[in-house]
Structure formats: C-alpha cells, structure tokens
Design a protein around this ligand. Structure first.
Ligand SMILES: Cc1ncc(COP(=O)(O)O)c(C=O)c1O
Length: 376
C-alpha cells in the first residue's frame, strides 16, 4: 500500500476484523482485564493511550507519514505541549520560526518560560544566528498560520544535523496528503488532528508521529500529563481519516482557484497562498508539496471594508479552526492570534485586516460567486 488514500482506509485496521465488522468498533472502556503486563505502559488503562482504538489509530497515523510510530492525544495543543515537555528540560532552549500558531507561541512565552525552557526566534530564516549551546530543538510549521509562509526545510534540517537538535514540525496545514516531513528527515511531525485529519469540525484531537524511541518517551510523559483522547474520540478521528485523501485533494483544487480569483480582484491587495507564483516560496512549495493546501489569507485594499465584506459572505461561516468540510473565514488578529500583543502581531506581520480562509468542500464556482458578490 503506497497511495495515501489506500493507507487512510486500510492501514492499521485490526486483522482479523472483530466479528467481521468493517468499521472499527468503539472500545468504550476505561480499563481492561489485568494479565501481569510487566511494564506500566502495557497495563490496559485508557489514560495510557493503549485501548484497541488508540492502537489502531497509532498504526494508521504512522503509516500516513511513514513514521515508525504515532501517539494520538486530546488536542493539537496537547500533542505540542506533551512533546515539548517530554523532550526539553529546564535550561534547554528551543529555536522556532518567526510566525507560529498563536497557541504554540503563547505556550512557549507564557508557560514553558516559567519552567526555564526559553524560546529563540529565527529571523529571516537565519537559523544559525540564534543557535546557543543550550539549544536542543528546532521547531517549524510546514505552512505557517496565518501568513502561509513555507520555511526552507533543508536549511532547518541542516541546522538540526549540524547542532544535533531534535527537529519538530507542525504539519497541520499541509496534512500528510501534501507533505510527509519524516521522509525529508524531520524527527517528529505534529498535527492538530482537529483540522484536516478529522476533517468534520466535530472533534478536538492531536497527534505526534516519529521514531519508536521518541514516541515511547512522549507516551511516558503523556501518561503523566493525562491529555488522553477517549476511545469515542479516537473512533471519530478514525472515521474522519478514511476520507482524508479525497477531501484534501479537493480542497487543494478549490483553494488554488479561490487564490487565483482573489489575486486578480481589484479590491484585494494581497493574497497569501503557496500555490500562487507570486508567493515568495512558491518554487519551494512546488518542489516539496503534492498540493498547496486548503488555507489562504488575504487583505483588502480598503481595510475599513473588512467588516462589510465578512457580513456579505453567504457560504463561509465566520468561525475559528480550519480543515473541515465547510468553508470558514476568520480575522486572525481577533481569533487565532488574539493571545499575542499588538506589538507581537505587528512583528509577525499579522495586520488587523488580514482575513484567513479555510476552504471546505463546497463547489468552487459557488465559493467564487460568493466571494465576488461580497467583494462588491
Ligand atoms: C497550526 C496549528 N497547530 C496547532 C493547533 C492547535 O490545535 P488544537 O486546537 O487541536 O489544540 C492549531 C489550532 O488552530 C493550529 O492551527
């Protein structure tokens, strides 16, 4: 099995099928009979992320990105915080790209800093300049939220190799359909499974994919922190994953059309989408991505018209999050990046008028017609 859609449907499925069930049954049990498992991690207790629903998901997620193993957790932030807390200690430093998802930025600035784990930010992709003897980890996002920047992956990996850093990437925006970071050499790939992996806006979940040894270390910390996805949540994610391939391929196609339409509209000032030739990292995106993803952001020429534009839209829903079947629109400065100060947003290039668009599964012609009427 090689094709992502085949893997999404079949990888990790329990064999033989339980009572012949085509769909994975839900093992809604907190604990299971004890059989002298020998190792704490093997005791069958749902907080240890080892119910049949967890194990099947781990195998499926690992297969989707060619990792040795995976761990599913209760949210994308649980996957990020558990990974960082498992692999970093007091006095260690983490080097990150300039613009990160707001929650990750705040986790570093407001929480980990209190425990003596400091973050440095690589400006203008100059990762080397910020390396210190204490730097242990390098952290990037495949497509940054909300500016859709695409880092120079080879530069990140070369820096990691040279300084023996753990390389971690948040692959949420690309999804395994468009990019497989472990194939390129990243140690760990993280996802907010709330987004494309589940794809139906009805679940909060996260995961981390990597080597058996690292996933074991992270699982150990996960058992202490306790941000476990319950078996029913696992089954929702399992079901959502089966359609990942077709969903994301369609979202790639529609988003490219929307970005192209917006980039030619007289009332639009800028469009951020890696699939557009005008995007600063377009050639990099072409080299590494199978598709350019469903996320784009743009600014109107007249920022005072943002409110009326949003009010006129009929199809996209004004809501946070992304990657679901319904198109969503949001102002990052007032939602995903609200926890940053105005100055932090300014430094990150996130203006108050920036509009972020998550492309759903509606017809591209309908979405374009809607954007057209709303733009006036
Ligand atoms: C890129 C990225 N990473 C991580 C997260 C956090 O995920 P969750 O909301 O599932 O905790 C988000 C949420 O929007 C995100 O956009």
């Amino acid at each position: 099995m090689k094709d992502i859609s085949t893997l999404a449907v079949h990888a990790g499925e329990i064999s033989p099928r339980i009572e012949g069930a085509i769909s994975m049954p839900v093992f809604q049990s907190a604990n299971f009979e004890f059989h002298d498992e020998g190792d704490y991690a093997n005791i069958k207790y749902a907080r240890l992320n080892n119910t049949p629903n967890h194990l099947a998901l781990h195998a499926k997620l690992a297969a989707l990105e060619n990792g040795e193993d995976a761990l599913v957790l209760a949210s994308g932030m649980a996957a990020i915080s558990t990974t960082l807390l498992a692999l970093l200690s007091k006095g260690d430093r983490i080097l990150t790209q300039k613009t990160l998802y707001g929650g990750t930025f705040s986790l570093l600035a407001q929480e980990l800093a209190r425990f003596g784990i400091e973050a440095d930010v690589a400006a203008d992709e100059n990762w080397e300049a910020k390396i210190r003897p204490e730097t242990r980890m390098i952290y990037a996002e495949t497509i940054s939220n909300p500016l859709m920047e695409v880092p120079d992956f080879q530069k990140v990996l070369a820096t990691a190799r040279k300084h023996k850093l753990i390389s971690v990437i948040d692959n949420t925006f690309a999804s395994p359909v468009n990019f497989k970071p472990i194939d390129l050499g990243f140690d760990l790939s993280l996802h907010s499974a709330t987004k494309y992996l589940n794809g139906h806006s009805d679940l909060i979940a996260g995961c981390v994919i990597g080597s058996k040894a690292r996933i074991k270390t992270i699982s150990h910390t996960a058992a202490h922190l306790g941000a476990t996805l319950d078996p029913h949540g696992c089954s929702l994610l399992h079901r959502g994953l089966k359609t990942l391939g077709v969903r994301v391929e369609r979202q790639n196609q529609t988003a490219l059309r929307l970005a192209d339409f917006l980039s030619h509209h007289e009332n639009v000032a800028t469009v951020n989408y890696p699939g557009l030739p005008s995007h600063p990292a377009h050639s990099r995106a072409r080299e590494y991505f199978k598709g350019f993803g469903g996320m784009l952001s743009f600014e109107l020429k007249n920022p005072s018209q943002v409110e009326s534009f949003l009010g006129r839209l009929k199809i996209p829903v004004l809501a946070a999050s992304l990657g679901g079947v319904e198109s969503l629109v949001i102002i990052p400065a007032r939602s995903s990046h609200l926890s940053l100060t105005a100055e932090e947003r300014r430094q990150s290039g996130i203006t108050d008028g920036l509009i972020r668009f998550s492309t759903g599964l509606e017809g591209a012609d309908d979405l374009i017609a809607d954007l057209k009427q709303a733009l006036g």
